[in-house]
Design a protein around this ligand. Structure first.
Ligand code: XIL
Length: 477
């Protein structure tokens, strides 16, 4: 919820002098667009460089209304950046430690455990009312070399001890665990890592049973990448789940990491989620990002909005898809640039933690649209000031279609006192009241695909130094 004391100065500045904050608060709650307006308005540029997203609309509140969570990954270094912690606390209700619960951190040498970094993430999560996904217990990567160089006949007891000690330490604090991470090769065979080499495929059942014994209430997952669509690797995961269930192994879910490349969300994502759900396990999107070859163009960002929106709407269509987590809070802390050279811009928040079109599209996909929704489509609007000089400023409104295509849109721009629009572009304006402009599309930007964005702009003259952001909304016919 809003922390009114903390937010008041920001709201007051955005509303401009002499505006009644209490009256405006109601309308703030009404629309996602207006909420995003608070984030993106350049009128707030005088505030600290990176402003957190508004608490009025949040991914977590919208997800919770749909019985889901919306999570993020956080690493220890992010905890000292208040822009990140504020935004994370406002938007997300689940945290996955990016690295802090992996073997190389938690048991750097045999039998010597370090839960300090993981505990910091857990305590951040708890103090912000967020749940924690434990990540991860058994993985070929970020595995200290002492494990992979053990004699084969010692690996099982070391693995079991590691799982028991870690799960016991976090008992009751981690809602779920990625018990085995990335067990498969892309062709569907099991990776020949230290665990497989010592125990064969049975290490997976053993790991899950060991975790269950340590915390019977934790949801236990297998997590992997490139299993989002139907393919050899997800077929192998499906068969594994089937066989584990047949053996009575307490597996609860499959994590689809979802590290996508722009425009390449598999068309079989929904069907794939459905088949796992039908088999009797939960599914979760555990590490969502969508990488773009840099520099990202506005067309790229519109495609990314479509991609994020597709993933979220697919999850919402599967009752056993329990939630979505993004891997990182924003582009500034994403792992993508260091892991995939030349790529980046993979999350919903930009380098300055401002929301990108993907954020608006996800809000819309989660049902947070301010649009009319009639005709099966909806849209959202965000405002940005692009230029300001003496007594004049230019504003730009970005219109983003929701989870389905729209053939037209209507945006309302309500001006503040002393403000008059002197020019517009990329739309057809009408003026029902002196301070209200209703903008309809030009022929070129009427049709929008799901998640796609367009924009129109205008110049405002202010007679009294009121540069506050006009209110904008979007609706569909
Ligand atoms: C990544 C982290 O984000 C990086 O900081 C680290 O250097 C490598 O691992 N699949 C997973 C995650 O399950 O644990 C990985 O996290 C990303 C791919």
């Amino acid at each position: 919820m809003r922390t009114d004391v903390g937010k008041r100065p920001l709201d007051q500045r955005l509303l401009g002098p002499g505006k009644n904050l209490a009256r405006h608060r109601t309308s703030l709650r009404l629309t996602a667009a207006l909420a995003v307006l608070l984030l993106t308005t350049a009128g707030a540029a005088a505030l600290s460089a990176a402003r957190p997203a508004s608490a009025a609309t949040s991914l977590k509140s919208l997800a919770e209304a749909k019985g889901r969570y919306f999570g993020t990954a956080m690493t220890q270094n992010m905890l000292s950046n208040s822009t990140v912690t504020t935004l994370a606390g406002q938007q997300f209700d689940m945290v996955t430690p990016g690295n802090e619960m992996k073997w190389d951190t938690t048991e750097p040498s045999n039998g010597s455990f370090n839960f300090g970094p993981g505990d910091q993430i857990v305590s951040f999560a708890q103090s912000h009312g967020m749940r924690v996904r434990g990540h991860n217990l058994v993985w070929h990567s970020q595995l200290p070399s002492w494990v992979s160089s053990l004699p084969l006949n010692q690996v099982q007891s070391v693995m079991e001890n590691h799982i028991t000690t870690e799960v016991t330490h976090y008992k009751g604090q981690a809602y779920a665990w990625d018990v085995v991470n990335e067990p498969f090769n892309d062709n569907g065979s099991l990776r020949q890592d230290a665990f497989y080499n010592a125990m064969g495929s049975g290490y997976i059942a053993d790991a899950i049973r060991t975790a269950h014994a340590a915390d019977p209430n934790a949801k236990l997952y297998l997590n992997d990448y490139n299993i989002e669509g139907e393919n050899a690797k997800s077929n192998a995961m499906y068969s594994l789940v089937q066989s584990l269930l047949a053996q009575g192994v307490p597996i609860n879910g499959v994590g689809l990491e979802s590290h996508f490349i722009l425009g390449q969300v598999p068309s079989s994502l929904l069907a794939n989620m459905q088949r796992f759900a039908a088999r009797g396990v939960d599914v979760a999107v555990t590490e969502l990002d969508d990488r773009i070859q840099l520099p990202a163009t506005s067309a790229n960002l519109a495609q990314q909005a479509t991609d994020f929106s597709t993933v979220v709407s697919d999850c919402l269509q599967v009752s056993r898809c329990v939630g979505v987590s993004q891997w990182g809070v924003g582009d500034a802390d994403s792992w993508i640039p260091s892991a995939f050279s030349g790529y980046g811009a993979a999350t919903m928040f930009d380098q300055n933690y401002q929301p990108k079109p993907a954020y608006n599209a996800v809000v819309t996909a989660l049902g947070g649209s301010n649009g009319g929704g009639g005709g099966g489509g909806s849209c959202s609007a965000t405002y940005q000031e692009t230029q300001q000089w003496n007594g004049v400023f230019n504003g730009q409104v970005t219109i983003t279609a929701g989870s389905s295509a729209i053939s037209s849109w209507t945006s309302t721009v309500t001006l503040g006192s002393g403000q008059v629009i002197s020019a517009t572009w990329n739309g057809n304006p009408t003026w029902p009241q002196a301070n209200v402009m209703v903008m309809k599309p030009a022929s070129s930007n009427s049709n929008l695909a799901a998640g796609q964005s367009t924009s129109f702009g205008f110049t405002v003259k202010t007679s009294n130094g009121n540069y506050s952001a006009p209110a904008v909304t979007c609706s569909t016919p």
